[in-house]
Design a protein around this ligand. Structure first.
Ligand code: NAD
Ligand code: ZN
Ligand code: ZN
Length: 393
C-alpha cells in the first residue's frame, strides 16, 4: 500500500510499504478514506526527529471502512464506517475505565516511562504505524473504533479522532464559569475548535490570539475577539484591559513546544537538531527544549485563581516555569493528551445536520495522499491559507 513515511527533518515521503495484517484476534484492518494532518505531526516534522526512525508511518486522525476483522471481533464488521481515536486504548483497564484513555494501562509504553501508545507518534508512544496510509491495523477492535452513520461526508466525523475531543478536553479542563471569559492562545485547528466549543458551551467572551492573518480572520467570523500577536506586543495587557484589569477566567494554550517568540527554546531545539540522534535524544530527555512563550503568556494573562488548560504538546524535562507567579496567583494547571473516548458521547450529538461546530467546512485543503509531502510543507509554513488538511488516501 501507499503510506506517508518519515525520512528526516522536514522530509516525509509517500512510499510503498507492506499492507498491514491482522496480528491479534481482536485486530481490525481499516481502509482509510480520510486522514488529518495535525499540528502534532509538525513537531515530528521539525523537532522530534531523535524519537523517530526512517520509514515510520505517520498520522493519527484517520477514519474509513472496516476491511477485515480478527476472529474475536464482534462489535464491528467489514463494511462498517468507523473513526479511529489517536489513543491506542483498550477501553477496559483501570485508567480507561476512569476516562483516562491516554493513560491506558494495557498500551502504556513502559520501557519509555510514558503513557498510552498513540498511532504514528514516535518511539516514546510505542512506534505504532499511523493512519496517513491506505490501510491501518487497529488493535482493540471491540473497543477502539467509533462507529459512525452512513450518509454525511467524512468531514463531519473525521475530527472525532483528535481535533474535537482535544478541543473539548481543553475547554472542559479550562472550567470556564457560566458567563465567564476564556482566552485561547493559538488558532490552529485545535485553538480554533476550542474557541467554537467554548462559545457553544456558553462562554460569554472568547479571546483568540495568533499571528497568522487568515487564522485570525477565520476565528473572528465565528464570534471570537481576536488579537494579532505580530501587531500587539503586550497582548496580555490588552486582554486584561477588557476584563476589568483581572484577566480571563481561563487560558487555553493551543500552541505547544514550537511557540513563536521564544529565542532560548529555539536555540536549544536547533542545537538538538544538529546532534547525532542518540545524543540529541539524551539531551531532549534531560533538558528544557521547549519554546515556552505561549505558556508564559498564559500564566501571565489568566486571572488570579484562574485555570490554565494546556493542550499544546510540550516535551522538555527541565523547562523553567515561573513558580513564584503560579503559586502567588493561585493558578490551576491541567493538561495532557486528550482522552478521546471520554468525550465522544458529549460530541456526537453536535455532529448532526445543523453542524453547530462547522465541521463540514473546517478543512481548508483536501488532497490525495500522493500530495501529502507538499501539504506538510504548506501547513508548516502557513502558506496558501492552510489551516487544516485532510488527506484522502
Ligand atoms: N493534547 C492533545 O491531545 C493534542 C492533540 C492535538 C494537537 N495537540 C497540540 O496542540 C497544538 C496545536 O495544534 P494545531 O493542530 O492547532 O497546530 P498548529 O501548529 O496549526 O497551531 C498552532 C498555532 O499557534 C500559533 N502560535 C505560535 N506561537 C504563538 C504564540 N506565541 N502565541 C499565540 N499563538 C501562537 C501558530 O501561528 C499556529 O496558528 C500542537 O502543539 C499540537 O501538538 C495536542
Ligand atoms: Zn493530533
Ligand atoms: Zn486501557
Amino acid at each position: 500500500m501507499k503510506a506517508l513515511t518519515w525520512h528526516g527533518k522536514r522530509d516525509v515521503r509517500v512510499d510503498t510499504v507492506p499492507d498491514p495484517v491482522l496480528k491479534d484476534p481482536d485486530d481490525v484492518i481499516v481502509k482509510v478514506t480520510s486522514s488529518g494532518i495535525c499540528g502534532s505531526d509538525l513537531h515530528l516534522y521539525e523537532v522530534l526527529g531523535p524519537f523517530l526512525s526512517e520509514g515510520d508511518i505517520l498520522g493519527h486522525e484517520p477514519m474509513g471502512i472496516v476491511e477485515e476483522v480478527g476472529a474475536a471481533v464482534t462489535e464491528v464488521r467489514a463494511g462498517d464506517r468507523v473513526v479511529i481515536p489517536f489513543n491506542v486504548s483498550c477501553g477496559v483497564c483501570h485508567n480507561c475505565s476512569q476516562g483516562l484513555h491516554s493513560q491506558c494501562d494495557t498500551s502504556r509504553v513502559r520501557e519509555q516511562g510514558m503513557g498510552g501508545a498513540l498511532f504514528g507518534y514516535t518511539r516514546l508512544y510505542g512506534q505504532v504505524p499511523g493512519g496517513q496510509a491506505e490501510y491501518l491495523r487497529v488493535p482493540f477492535g471491540n473497543k477502539l473504533p467509533i462507529k459512525v452513520p452512513e450518509g454525511p461526508p467524512d468531514d463531519r466525523f473525521v475530527y472525532l479522532s483528535d481535533v474535537l475531543p482535544t478541543a473539548w478536553q481543553a475547554v472542559e479542563y479550562a472550567v470556564v464559569p457560566p458567563g465567564g471569559t476564556v482566552a485561547v492562545l493559538g488558532l490552529g485547528p485545535i485553538g480554533d475548535m476550542a474557541c467554537r466549543i467554548a462559545l457553544h458551551r456558553g462562554a460569554e467572551r472568547v479571546f483568540g490570539v495568533d499571528l497568522v492573518p487568515e487564522r485570525l480572520a477565520r476565528a473572528r467570523r465565528r464570534g471570537v475577539e481576536v488579537f494579532d500577536l505580530a501587531a500587539d506586543h503586550d497582548v496580555a495587557d490588552t486582554i486584561r484591559g477588557l476584563t476589568d484589569g483581572r484577566g480571563p477566567d481561563a487560558v487555553i494554550d493551543a500552541v505547544g513546544m514550537e511557540a513563536h517568540g521564544a529565542p532560548v527554546g529555539k536555540l536549544a531545539q536547533q542545537i538538538a537538531g544538529l546532534l547525532p540522534d542518540t545524543v540529541a535524544e539524551k539531551l531532549m530527555r534531560k533538558a528544557g527544549v521547549d519554546r515556552l512563550s505561549a505558556l508564559y503568556t498564559a500564566i501571565d494573562l489568566v486571572r488570579r485563581g484562574g485555570t490554565v488548560s494546556l493542550s499544546g504538546v510540550y516535551g522538555g524535562m527541565a523547562d523553567p516555569l515561573p513558580l513564584l507567579t503560579m503559586f502567588d496567583k493561585q493558578l490551576q494547571l491541567r493538561m495532557g493528551q486528550a482522552n478521546v473516548h471520554r468525550w465522544v458521547g458529549d460530541i456526537l450529538p453536535l455532529l448532526g445536520d445543523d453542524d453547530p461546530l462547522g465541521t463540514e467546512d473546517f478543512a481548508t485543503h483536501r488532497v490525495p495522499l500522493a500530495e501529502a509531502p507538499q501539504a506538510y510543507e504548506r501547513f508548516q509554513k502557513k502558506q496558501d491559507g492552510t489551516v487544516k488538511v485532510l488527506l484522502r488516501p
